[in-house]
Write a protein that binds this ligand. Structure first.
Ligand SMILES: Cc1cc2nc3c(=O)[nH]c(=O)nc-3n(C[C@H](O)[C@H](O)[C@H](O)COP(=O)(O)O)c2cc1C
Ligand code: SF4
Length: 424
């Protein structure tokens, strides 16, 4: 039996993903029509029942976020879609925007209705130029059909969606940096609290959700929160788009039901990863992007769900699954990860700006025979703790997650070059 499912991606193989006619023929915009005549509280209740966890990486419950914003009286309110997709190995939001942009827009418009928002913004990764054009074209089509713009569906509600281009900074995917960048300011994170639901875009109440999160909304409105929950895991409803890359034989985006597929299925099932290219052996896999965790072959039977992965010390994160074969040196891989974070640190705080450089230096030292001492290992452990505990934003807090998790599985390899006899 197939381990794959087409709950969210049903319609993604449409010949013309921008055609409103094709989309409405297959039930498109019926959720919006339903939402337009449903009490806003009831829609939020369904999102809560669905247990939709934010698909951008942090896995925050969407229902709680929506409820929080709903209770804030101040206006105007804004809806912001995070399409920055900066996490290496992640390309599922691009897939959605390319193959099913209408479903994404429907989700954003439903959110607009629920919060009677003034406007919506989609902040798209700077490198996705073609996608930006595609979204602009789709928005115009939707407006011409009366589902967006003035007096949507004759309801008296006006709502427009704007596309903003990022400029290639990973940190701008962090939601408060993203809002600063949208406002035309330097894309650096803000101090929190205040929460963005209270003081968000232009200092007004704002909802920020990921592309995949918004795209699930029409589904939840259409099928109901309970059915959505049943389709996934008891603690996190629905499906997840995973991105297989690296040495996987079948690289690509796959939709799987949460809680019903193991990591082994993901990597080896002929319909999904199909094993490793060149018939090499698996060494490790990196889940959730560069800020995510590294797992080894003895964790292959872990079920892919937020709960099960967390119990195993792993993470769903962005949905990236980077598969690495036996030819890869774990130290070289980790050095590459720290180089990414050195490049992407915005430099605002010391634990991240300097910490990433020091991580890099320690890893370089560990790759030279007899250069590092046991004392270095202790300092490295303290450095990781300091970065996690005192970096200003999630970038610095998670920059050492790969090293920390890899150290559990590849202790012998990581410490192989440490000078015998300890300190010197
Ligand atoms: C450094 C950093 C980069 C991030 N990049 C992204 C990103 O590219 N896309 C995304 O959706 N969320 C990203 N996030 C998470 C967002 O801050 C936020 O949690 C997310 O947009 C909320 O939407 P969700 O609840 O629907 O996941 C990033 C977080 C950090 C700390
Ligand atoms: S943790 Fe890194 S990215 Fe975040 S504010 Fe500090 S320096 Fe900037």
């Amino acid at each position: 039996m197939s381990k794959l499912i087409k709950l969210l991606t049903g319609g993604a193989d449409s010949e013309d993903p921008l055609s409103i006619e094709d989309y409405t023929k297959t039930g498109g915009f019926s959720a919006l029509k339903k939402a337009a005549v449903t009490k806003n509280e009831d829609i939020i209740a369904e999102v809560k029942k669905a247990k939709l966890l934010g698909r951008g990486g942090a896995a925050y419950p969407a229902g709680s976020k929506w409820e929080h914003l709903f209770h804030i009286q101040e206006t105007p309110r804004y809806i912001v879609c995070n399409a920055d997709e900066g996490e290496p190995g992640t390309f599922k939001d691009r897939f959605i925007m390319d193959r099913m942009p209408l479903k994404l827009l429907e989700g954003i418009i439903i959110a607009g209705f629920v919060f009677r928002a003034k406007a919506g913004y989609i902040y798209v990764r700077g490198e996705y130029r073609k996608i930006q054009k595609r979204l602009l074209e789709t928005i115009e089509n939707v407006k011409a059909s009366g589902f967006l713009g003035r007096n949507i569906l004759g309801s008296g509600f006006d709502f427009d969606i704007h596309v903003i281009s990022g400029a290639g900074a990973y940190v701008c995917g962090e939601n408060s940096a993203l809002l600063n960048s949208t406002e035309g300011k330097v894309g650096r994170p803000r101090i929190k609290p205040p929460h963005l639901a209270e003081v968000g875009l232009f200092l007004k109440p704002t909802l920020v959700n990921n592309v995949e999160s918004f795209t699930n909304i029409p589904l939840i409105v259409h099928m109901g929160g309970e059915a959505f929950l049943q389709a996934g895991h008891s603690e996190s409803g629905g499906t997840k788009l995973v991105c297989l890359s690296g040495h996987s034989r079948n690289r690509g985006v796959y939709e799987i039901p949460l809680g019903k597929v193991t990591l082994r299925d993901l990597i080896y099932d002929p319909e999904i990863g199909g094993g490793l290219a060149a018939d090499k052996k698996l060494k490790f896999f990196h889940l959730g992007g560069q800020s995510g965790t590294i797992g080894s072959i003895d964790q292959l039977d872990t079920v892919y769900s937020y709960t099960d992965l967390k119990k195993a010390g792993l993470s769903v994160g962005s949905g990236a699954v980077v598969v690495m074969d036996e030819s890869v040196s774990i130290l070289e891989y980790l050095i590459g990860v720290t180089e990414f974070f050195i490049h992407e640190s915005c430099g605002k705080c010391i634990p991240c700006r300097e910490g990433n450089r020091q991580l890099h230096q320690f890893l370089k030292k560990l790759s030279v025979p007899d250069a590092a001492t046991v004392e270095d290992l202790n300092t490295l452990r303290r450095l990781i703790r300091t970065m996690c505990d005192s970096s200003f934003c999630g970038l610095g807090q998670t920059a050492a997650a790969a090293l920390k998790s890899a150290w559990n599985h590849f202790k012998t390899e990581i410490e192989a070059n440490v000078r015998a006899g300890g300190m010197k």
